[in-house]
Structure formats: structure tokens, C-alpha cells
Design a protein around this ligand. Structure first.
Ligand code: ATP
Ligand code: FE
Length: 355
């Protein structure tokens, strides 16, 4: 299979070519065209601007991806696109483009759940066999998934409010640090004392894998104001200590909840499954180390794909499309773009068929 994948569900316009055989898969090209400059002035992603940019740039991304893979559209044997969840205007651009390519070239089409793309990435990068537990931690998502097949996901738990990346970004703003907040806080925390401020460890007192991060941001705000009120301002060291304490709290919560997720998954399986992580927050060294420790405790392998494949890209969509196709999935011109699409529901073409 030579698969062309399209991703346009948020603020990155991406296209990629992945070749897949029963034995192995290879990324032949992966192009990601960001839109940061377009949204910067508004302090957030503007859906209408994003959709317009996707419409303008998708064919550029496709041309670049084909060029880098040293291929033409005629060489592509399968086209796949993110069909949800995401900003509907952008998703529609990708789905419509994929339909046009499928119709024009008379090749099969597969709609992919964006989260399935993230969740299957460790198979593309490391050939990780099923089953495994995936922790998806990014700016918009935080959940544990038990992955047992390319269309077999069980959600074990997730955040009930902010995603960790969002908490890092908002906290960085509270301290006057730049965006994205994750790397800024990690850098500042290097010189900090994590024990100086007491941060809560939300929901650790409750069973299960659900998490909460918005309280940590509030705790940081209170600690910041208390120090500022006492001393009339924050020193560089105060900031470093606040960052270190905050980061330690996030890492602790993720670590303990990962233990629980692996324990819960082990109950239905004969042995504990491997652990994988994806999403921008997986770049954090302290968080990564905490997860690796847990994998060690359970005696299972730990897979963290390279960062460029942890964040939004189209190679994961091409790969997931390929796996689904090999499992018998084909979509047609009725493929719908879906703003919401829980992972444990099957693809649009099978809706109504039940699980
Ligand atoms: P999604 O793809 O879920 O819709 P997104 O595009 O915001 O959300 P990503 O691009 O995967 O998510 O990740 C970006 C997030 O990762 C940001 O919130 C950023 O602060 C965070 N992040 C990046 N590097 C680090 C780091 N070293 N430590 C902590 N957080 C980080
Ligand atoms: Fe994503």
C-alpha cells in the first residue's frame, strides 16, 4: 500500500505518504504546515481562519508530500483523512479533498479518528504489538486508552477539566513566561526547588484513572499572589520554585494514575500490557521519567515516539488508514466529517451497526 494521509482537524495542515506491507511500514514523507502566524493576533485559534487556511494549503501540503516521497498521485493506492473529532470546517476540508482524490484516481478512501491516529503511532514508529495502554497528553487531550486493535479502544479514564498542556500554558501566562508554556515551565523549573510550595495532587484520593488539572493552576495563582504580597514581587528564584512545584505535581499525578491504568488493564488481560505515550506534553523530561519508572515497576516496555510524531501530523493518519483498510474498512462518498467522535465508537461508515 502507498497511503496518502491528510490531517486538518486543528491548526496544522498536514499531508504524508506512508508505505505499508504486512511486514513493515515506512514514512516516505510528512509535511506539516502550521498556522501560528495567522492566529497569533487573536490569542487563540479562530475556527473560520483555520478552515480557510486549510482550504488554501491542503493541496500545497499534498504536492509537497508527494514530491518528497518521489511519487505522483497516480502511485497512491489508498487515501485517508481525519474525519473527526476537531474543528468542523477544517475536518470538512480534509474529508472533501480526500473524497475528490479517491473519486478522481478511483482508489479506496478511509476516514480516520484523529485520536486513533495518535493512539496507533507507537505501532508505526516502534512496531509495538497489541495490546498496550496509551497515555495521550497534549494541549487538548488527556486520557488513558487500552488499545487492543486498530478499531478496539477502551477508555480507562481521563481529565475531568483541563488537559495538562493547557494547564502548563495557562500557568506560564500567570508567571509571565512565554508560550508554549510547557517548555517555558520546564526550563524555569531546572533551577527550582519542587518542595518549597505545596501543590495538591488532585483526585489521587479517589479510585480510578480520572484526573484533574485546573486546581493546580489555581494553586499556582494563590502561591504566586502570596509571595508577591509578602515581598512586593516575584524573584527569578520564586518563579523557578513555583514552576518546579507545579511540574512535580503534574508528573506525580500522571505517574500514579498510570499505575492505576496499567493495574486496571491487567485485570482483563493475562499480563500487564506495554505502556506508550503521545502528545506534546510527552516531551517533558520529568513526566517521561515518571512514566518510564512505572513501566519498569510492571516489567513492561515503554514507547515514546519522537516528538514530531507525538504532535499533530498526517503520517499517523496515513498509517491508521492503512491498518483500518487492511482490517476491512472502506468508506465511500457518504463519509461524514464529525466535530465529536469518541474513540470507542466505530467509524462513520459503520455507525448504526453497533460495536
Ligand atoms: P491536540 O493535538 O490535543 O488538539 P495541541 O495541538 O495543543 O492539542 P500538542 O501539539 O500535542 O497539542 O502539544 C502542545 C502542548 O504540549 C502545549 O500545551 C505545550 O505547552 C505542551 N508541551 C510541549 N512541550 C512541553 C514540555 N516540555 N513540558 C510540558 N508540556 C509541554
Ligand atoms: Fe492531536
Amino acid at each position: 500500500l502507498a497511503i496518502l494521509g491528510l490531517e486538518s482537524s486543528c491548526d496544522d495542515t498536514a499531508a504524508a505518504v506512508v508505505s505499508m506491507s504486512p511486514e513493515s511500514s515506512e514514512i516516505l514523507s510528512s509535511v506539516v504546515l502550521g498556522q501560528d502566524a495567522l492566529h497569533d493576533a487573536y490569542g487563540g485559534i479562530v475556527p473560520e481562519i483555520a478552515a480557510r487556511a486549510h482550504a488554501e494549503k491542503l493541496d500545497v501540503a499534498v504536492k509537497q508530500a508527494l514530491f518528497k516521497a518521489n511519487m505522483t498521485l497516480g502511485d497512491v493506492t489508498l487515501v485517508s483523512a481525519t474525519a473527526g473529532p476537531g474543528l468542523i470546517g477544517g475536518v470538512l476540508c480534509g474529508v472533501t479533498t480526500a473524497k475528490a482524490i479517491a473519486a478522481a484516481r478511483r482508489i479506496p478512501l478511509v476516514g480516520v479518528n484523529h485520536l486513533a491516529g495518535h493512539a496507533l503511532t507507537p505501532r508505526l514508529t516502534d512496531g509495538l504489538p497489541y495490546p498496550y495502554v496509551m497515555l495521550l497528553v497534549s494541549g487538548g487531550h488527556c486520557q488513558f486508552l487500552l488499545v487492543e486493535g486498530c478499531d478496539d479502544f477502551t477508555r480507562l479514564g481521563g481529565t475531568i477539566d483541563d488537559a495538562p498542556g493547557e494547564a502548563f500554558d495557562k500557568s506560564a501566562r500567570l508567571l509571565g513566561l512565554g508560550q508554549p508554556g510547557g517548555p517555558a515551565i520546564e526550563r524555569a523549573a531546572l533551577d527550582g526547588d519542587a518542595a518549597r510550595f505545596r501543590f495538591p495532587r488532585p483526585l489521587l484520593d479517589r479510585p480510578g484513572c480520572d484526573m484533574s488539572f485546573s486546581g493546580l493552576k489555581t494553586a499556582l495563582l494563590r502561591a504566586r499572589d502570596a509571595v508577591a504580597a509578602e515581598k512586593g514581587g516575584l524573584t527569578r528564584q520564586d518563579r523557578a520554585d513555583l514552576c518546579a512545584g507545579f511540574q512535580r505535581a503534574v508528573a506525580d499525578v500522571l505517574q500514579e494514575k498510570t499505575r492505576r491504568a496499567l493495574t486496571e488493564a491487567s485485570r482483563t488481560l493475562s499480563e500487564p500490557p506495554a505502556l506508550a505515550v503521545a502528545g506534546g506534553v510527552a516531551a517533558n523530561t520529568e513526566i517521561r521519567a515518571g512514566l518510564e519508572t512505572v513501566a519498569g515497576e510492571f516489567g513492561v516496555s515503554f514507547v515514546a515516539p519522537p516528538l514530531s510524531l507525538c504532535t499533530d501530523n498526517a503520517a499517523m493518519i496515513a498509517y491508521a488508514g492503512g491498518e483500518l483498510f487492511r482490517a476491512g474498512r472502506i468508506d465511500d462518498m457518504t463519509l461524514a466529517a464529525r466535530p465529536r467522535w469518541p474513540l470507542d465508537q466505530h467509524s462513520p461508515s459503520l455507525l448504526g451497526g453497533g460495536k
